[in-house]
Design a protein around this ligand. Structure first.
Ligand SMILES: Nc1ncnc2c1ncn2[C@@H]1O[C@H](COP(=O)(O)OP(=O)(O)OP(=O)(O)O)[C@@H](O)[C@H]1O
Ligand SMILES: [Mg+2]
Length: 318
């Protein structure tokens, strides 16, 4: 059914480098959330903190009543079995075939025999479009294939929580569409709680139920997609619409001169909010809200043309 993750006042630094401070948010059970943020804002560090690979300086990550940040190793080992994780670099064992990489969590965490393991591995390899590549080594395949193999491995334990770091970097647009559809279908099937880190604005606008944005060492905003996609908050607006005008510059923040030069610049209107991608069988996901529901409930007028079918990616500048 998916499990809620409650993140409270999380703070992380490496030495004197503060990564983010006082991050609080709840990933609702069974929903898909996307985390955005300029490169280096600590998205991958956040994912690693959520599974206890990195310890925060302060704050807690509560999963089923256990605080990941302060629990024992034994408790952490238990809790980790709820997770499927796709690391940004795929994190494959270089000397093992894709088959053995994908089978690894099953051999490590279950008592299943090799026949049963084979069935599960082949099913997941098929799901991510890697049938036939089982015996290849990670070094012999493309970056996109490694990503998909990592995803197959993240799925073998039927996770309640899926953390996915940039599934679409290094994937061609067609594969990205397939993988996005796969996430939506998977979520409909297994109701797991998803957190996807992406730089792909089209993915961020069409897949999730919730969107978050890390910026300048804090969580700028986290909430239902319609809240962020209709937000006038300068950083959110700039990032979700991939615009140059706004507080974010090439080296994270613009200086006062750059910002002054932009003053008086008319911002383009917000692009329409697209419909959410639906499961391929046409049956809405459990967590899916009706288009415009959040806007209506909160008295927000969505951008003109929102929630119509006729939105092409070019209309949102991607
Ligand atoms: N183990 C570590 N030790 C020291 N510093 C680290 C460590 N891991 C990450 N960092 C630093 O933390 C910051 C955030 O890194 P992170 O990988 O989370 O960024 P990101 O938001 O995922 O960026 P990208 O979009 O490029 O993947 C970077 O400055 C990085 O150098
Ligand atoms: Mg990263």
């Amino acid at each position: 059914m998916g499990i809620e993750i409650k993140i409270e006042h999380l703070t992380k630094s490496f030495g004197r480098q503060m990564i983010w401070d006082d991050v609080s948010l709840t990933l609702p059970a069974g929903e898909i959330s996307v985390m955005l943020g300029p490169s280096g804002t600590g998205k991958s560090v956040l994912l690693k903190t959520l599974i206890g690979l990195l310890k925060p300086d302060r704050g807690s990550v509560i999963i089923e009543g256990t605080d990941i940040a302060g629990c024992s190793r034994a408790e952490l080992f238990e809790i980790r079995q709820l997770f499927g994780v796709l690391f940004q670099d795929g994190a494959m064992f270089g000397s093992m075939s894709l088959y053995d990489n994908v089978a690894f969590p099953l051999r490590e965490h279950t008592n299943k025999g090799e026949t049963e393991i084979r069935g599960i591995v082949m099913e997941k390899m098929d799901l991510v479009g890697l049938k036939g590549a089982e015996m290849k080594l990670p070094g012999e395949i493309s970056g996109g294939m490694r990503k998909r193999a990592g995803l197959a491995r993240a799925l073998v334990l039927d996770p309640e929580i899926l953390l996915i770091d940039e599934p679409d970097s290094g994937l061609d647009p067609v594969r990205t569409s397939f993988i996005n559809q796969l996430f939506v279908d998977l979520n409909a099937q297994i109701d797991a709680t998803f957190l996807i880190v992406t730089h792909d604005i089209h993915t961020a606008r069409t897949i999730p139920d919730n969107i978050g944005l890390l910026y300048h060492r804090h969580l700028a905003m986290f909430g239902p997609r319609e809240m962020l996609l209709s937000s006038q908050e300068p950083v959110v607006r700039q990032f979700l619409n991939a615009q140059r005008v706004g507080p974010i510059g090439m080296s994270e923040e613009k200086d006062a001169d750059e910002l002054a030069a932009e003053e008086g610049h008319e911002l383009p209107p917000l692009p329409p909010i697209p419909l959410q991608l639906e499961p391929s069988n046409g049956i809405p996901r459990r967590s899916q809200r009706a288009p415009g529901e959040w806007c209506r409930a909160n008295g927000v007028v969505p951008p003109a043309g929102s929630f119509t079918d006729s939105i092409s990616p070019s209309a949102i500048g991607v």
